[in-house]
Design a protein around this ligand. Structure first.
Ligand code: BGC
Length: 415
């Protein structure tokens, strides 16, 4: 009676309606790296949804963009027998974790997923014929964010080619504006570098970073990619060492810098700061990449709890909630992404998200839809890490482009 009375009161307060005692008792521990302003708001939507369903949310947030620190923490947890209920894992790493025999299938939550997911993404959520991961949203990586006042002051328009980009950067410099805000971690270097690879065409990108084709990796065109990156670096400020991505975004938000190369999680920061696309900032595809789309799909995998080979009610509820239409909409509105679930209305989204959606449809049809290397979608960890080392070494030394290319071809062979 007492329990019922408490539940009745909670339900009247809009919380925990119709939950069982078992649900109320289960706590779900969730490991993720969503700690910036926009990211926290987005994951907060999931926490609230789960709490309303009667689960206790145990937050295990490990700061650090792109998740390198979170992945280290996760390994430690799993090895010590304390795997979380769910963890933020994406791309080929999903299959790697599944192969360790530590995940649980979540098919019971995935009844209508197949017809509501693009086939290339549905495939990534599977291991051994079972769903083992739940997808959140689609981030486009190849974006350039521009402070609108800085753009106007430089008298420019959003650049569509590298010559236009450098002309704009020069104008900003002449107007006393720091042209580029750049952070200082390997994944941010790799994000910029893959943007420049993509600007050579989606075909070139695929041959280089998906097929790891040696001829492409060692081509003069690839030497040119490193040359362009070197030239872009000439517009960075001196303080980038160790800078987090969201602090670089804040520089563009506050008008301390003109532009940032970053995936559209940066848009979550603009939204969190109350800034509007078109008025306060402009989003443009990275020069030369208008018709292409580097995709980055976040997902959660679910770990065996206390040696149980099947998912707990909390894990299934988590998976189901992540793919529910309402959550998909609310999460992406805060995160800067677009829903991964097909058929979710884009009405409430801003122009940048609508552009992302429209460009995604075009890119899928034209073959311009490619997985992001910098965000764990294109290659297993070992090869991606070795390539990242090459790029970061180049960007933090005076190495010439030709020797960087030779190192790149070697790194691509890492298994
Ligand atoms: C993730 C995003 C995240 C970003 C910065 C990316 O790899 O996919 O969800 O916002 O890193 O942390």
């Amino acid at each position: 009676m007492k329990f019922r009375a408490i539940m009745g009161a909670l339900c009247a307060a809009g919380l925990m309606c119709g939950v069982s005692a078992a649900q109320a008792a289960e706590s779900v521990e969730v490991l993720h790296w969503w700690t910036s302003g926009g990211e926290s708001k987005a994951v907060g939507v999931l926490k609230d949804d789960m709490t309303k369903q009667g689960y206790t949310w145990k937050d295990f947030a490990v700061a650090g963009g792109a998740g390198a620190a979170a992945m280290t923490a996760l390994k430690t947890q799993v090895i010590s027998g304390n795997a979380p209920s769910a963890a933020q894992i994406k791309g080929p790493l999903i299959q790697d974790w599944a192969a360790q025999g530590v995940l649980v299938p979540i098919d019971a939550a995935a009844g209508d997923w197949k017809k509501n997911l693009p086939p290339e993404i549905d495939k990534i959520m599977h291991a051994d014929g079972h769903y083992v991961a739940a997808p959140f949203s689609v981030h486009r990586v190849n974006w350039l964010y521009i402070n609108k006042a800085a753009l106007d002051k430089a008298g420019g328009k959003a650049p569509t080619t590298w010559p236009e980009f450098f002309a704009l950067a020069d104008k900003m410099k002449a107007a006393g504006i720091q042209p580029i805000a750049m952070g200082g971690q390997p994944w941010q270097d790799l994000t910029l570098w893959e943007d420049v690879v993509l600007s050579q065409g989606a075909g070139f990108y695929k041959k280089a970073l998906v097929d790891l084709d040696e001829k492409t990796l060692t081509s003069d065109q690839m030497v040119g990619v490193f040359d362009t990156v070197r030239k872009i670096q000439g517009y960075f400020d001196a303080g980038r060492t160790g800078r987090d991505w969201n602090l670089a975004t804040a520089m563009v938000i506050n008008g301390k810098a003109g532009m940032q190369f970053m995936g559209d999680w940066a848009k979550g920061e603009f939204a969190n700061a109350g800034k509007k696309s078109g008025t306060d900032y402009v989003c443009a595809a990275v020069p030369g990449t208008e018709k292409s789309y580097t995709f980055n799909v976040d997902s959660f995998v679910f770990f065996q709890q206390k040696g149980q080979k099947s998912a707990t009610p909390g894990q299934l509820a988590l998976a189901k909630t992540i793919m529910s239409p309402d959550f998909q909409e609310q999460f992406s509105l805060n995160k800067g992404s677009i829903p991964v679930r097909l058929g979710v209305s884009m009405d409430k989204f801003d122009d940048c998200a609508k552009k992302s959606y429209a460009d995604e449809q075009v890119a899928i049809k034209s073959g311009g839809y490619v997985p992001s290397l910098a965000h764990g979608m294109a290659q297993p960890d070992a090869a991606a890490g070795a390539i990242s080392d090459v790029v970061t070494k180049f960007m933090n030394s005076q190495q010439d482009s030709k020797s960087a290319v030779a190192a790149l071809a070697k790194a691509a062979k890492t298994k």
